[in-house]
Design a protein around this ligand. Structure first.
Ligand SMILES: Cc1cc2nc3c(=O)[nH]c(=O)nc-3n(C[C@H](O)[C@H](O)[C@H](O)COP(=O)(O)OP(=O)(O)OC[C@H]3O[C@@H](n4cnc5c(N)ncnc54)[C@H](O)[C@@H]3O)c2cc1C
Length: 430
């Protein structure tokens, strides 16, 4: 066991509640998961010589949100250079590098870095495109404005509108990627995957270890990392975080002569991907607070109608061209940023930092009270392919005392305790 130095912030501006807790580097951890979040964590931690046991409730990994035929890899970029866009920009470059490294090492998954075009299909988006063109807030390698002619050339099909083009973005087969990440972690001989184990309750023991109640009985683990996505936001303790489920359905369509040459991902209100195994993905629906994972004909109809509305007469698809449909759940946070770090003790936060309700700038020195040996990486929303690798490296730094890949304010923007601190400041508990 290595005693780690506390990650103390030396800047005077830092507040106690922003200090990440220090721990002794664990020899082994348990992860609840099976999707892209847990796969990236498993790889990051096994690389640091930590033994990982993964508990996944399904027969195989990558059966939840990370199971789609195709997903787009691209950052969320606003017109303004704000905190959210800066985070997604960094996460995007980090993900691209991680996936290219994985592929170079022989862990192969279907993908194409073919670029992604956000079509300006309505006036508001044309105005946004004009502003991008005039002010160029972001580097050209990330995003650039293109007219309809250039857009058509990039897409390999005739388009009526221009848009914003991300030349380094593209698509990935998420389930294949997850399998390859686990395979890479497995090569370290430090990973054990236990499928068909549903974790139903978390109980902390007096020595701060965890008793997991599961579908195969009780299991004791020293440290637990929750990467269960939206399917388990009602698990005890995790249910104290403001997470919600947003159902999404995608529809897979047979290619045809009109669309087979599509050579870039297209985003409108939804998205349309180039042919992979003779099929294109269109989607997706957004249904708040739904946990229903059964695909519906209404969902398919919505996807077809949305495509026709945003890109009229581009492709003459009908229900007969549908080859598959899938509905899964996105795990959302109220501020559209994911969550990574130690699980806060929310009741203690309300007591310790109560004075923030009177003075939001009160300089508390007390470090954030946490629930020992419980960590979270979730809330990946609609961009998990983009953010998971960077978040996993942040978590690895939490557990090993390594250097964080992001700055102090960004760490707090991603921290699980940011919501309770904001609620105290907003006087929600008075
Ligand atoms: C329709 C749709 C389209 C999307 N398109 C894109 C896209 O184009 N690009 C993009 O980047 N993102 C996209 N996303 C979002 C992306 O899929 C998610 O952000 C990402 O997959 C979340 O990964 P995760 O590992 O957190 O969760 P999941 O992939 O859902 O994995 C959670 C895992 O935990 C397991 N689990 C849960 N609870 C338990 C428990 N109690 N015990 C044991 N095991 C448990 C589950 O079985 C599952 O394997 C899309 C999502 C949807 C629904």
């Amino acid at each position: 066991m290595i005693e780690l130095q506390k990650h103390l912030n030396t800047s005077l501006e830092n507040k106690g509640y922003q200090i990440r807790p220090s721990i002794i580097q664990p020899r082994s951890v348990a992860i609840i998961g099976g999707g892209i979040a847990s796969a990236c964590v498993a790889l990051a931690l096994t690389k640091k010589n930590i033994k990982v046991t993964l508990y996944c409730k399904d027969k195989e990994v990558a059966q939840g949100a990370s199971s789609n035929h195709v997903g787009a890899l691209f950052p969320l970029i606003h017109q303004q250079v704000d905190d959210i866009s800066l985070f997604y920009q960094q996460a995007f470059w980090h993900a691209l590098k991680s996936y290219k490294d994985l592929s170079r090492k022989g862990f192969l998954f279907s993908h194409d870095w073919c670029g992604l075009l956000e079509i300006s299909y309505k006036i508001a988006l044309e105005k946004r495109q004009d502003i991008f063109q005039q002010t160029t807030p972001w580097p050209k390698e990330l995003i650039t404005s293109v007219n309809a002619e250039k857009a058509s050339e990039l897409a390999g099909i005739t388009l009526q509108h221009g848009g914003l083009f991300m030349p380094s973005a593209g698509w990935i087969a998420p389930a294949e990627l997850v399998q390859q990440l686990f395979l890479a972690a497995d090569k370290t001989q430090l990973l054990t995957i236990k499928n068909q184990v549903n974790v139903t309750e978390l109980n902390q023991q007096t020595d701060h270890s965890w008793q997991l109640e599961t579908s195969i009985g009780s299991i004791n683990e020293a440290l637990v990392i929750f990467c269960g996505g939206a399917e388990s936001i009602k698990l005890n303790i995790i249910d104290e975080l403001p997470l919600s489920s947003v159902r999404g359905q995608i529809t897979t369509m047979a290619t045809n002569d009109h669309i087979k040459n599509l050579s870039t991902v297209i985003c409108h209100k939804g998205y349309l991907t180039p042919a992979h195994q003779q099929q294109h993905c269109i989607g997706a629906t957004f249904e708040k607070n739904s946990f229903n994972m059964t695909a519906t004909t209404e969902g398919d109809q919505y996807n077809l109608t949305m495509l026709e509305k945003c890109l009229p007469k581009l492709i003459s698809w009908s229900e007969q061209d549908i080859t598959a449909s899938k509905a899964r759940l996105r795990c959302m946070t109220p501020d559209h940023l994911p969550i990574v770090g130690a699980m806060p003790n929310i009741a203690q936060h309300k007591k310790v930092y109560a004075h923030l309700a009177k003075d939001k700038n009160w300089r508390y020195q007390e470090p954030a009270p946490v629930i020992k040996n419980l960590y979270i990486l979730t809330g990946l929303g609609a961009r998990g392919l983009c953010t998971a690798p960077l978040l996993a490296d942040i978590l690895a730094a939490d557990l090993t005392g390594g250097v964080y890949p992001v700055g102090t304010q960004e760490l707090f923007n991603l921290s699980p305790n940011r919501f309770v601190i904001r609620d105290i400041i907003r006087r929600k508990f008075l």
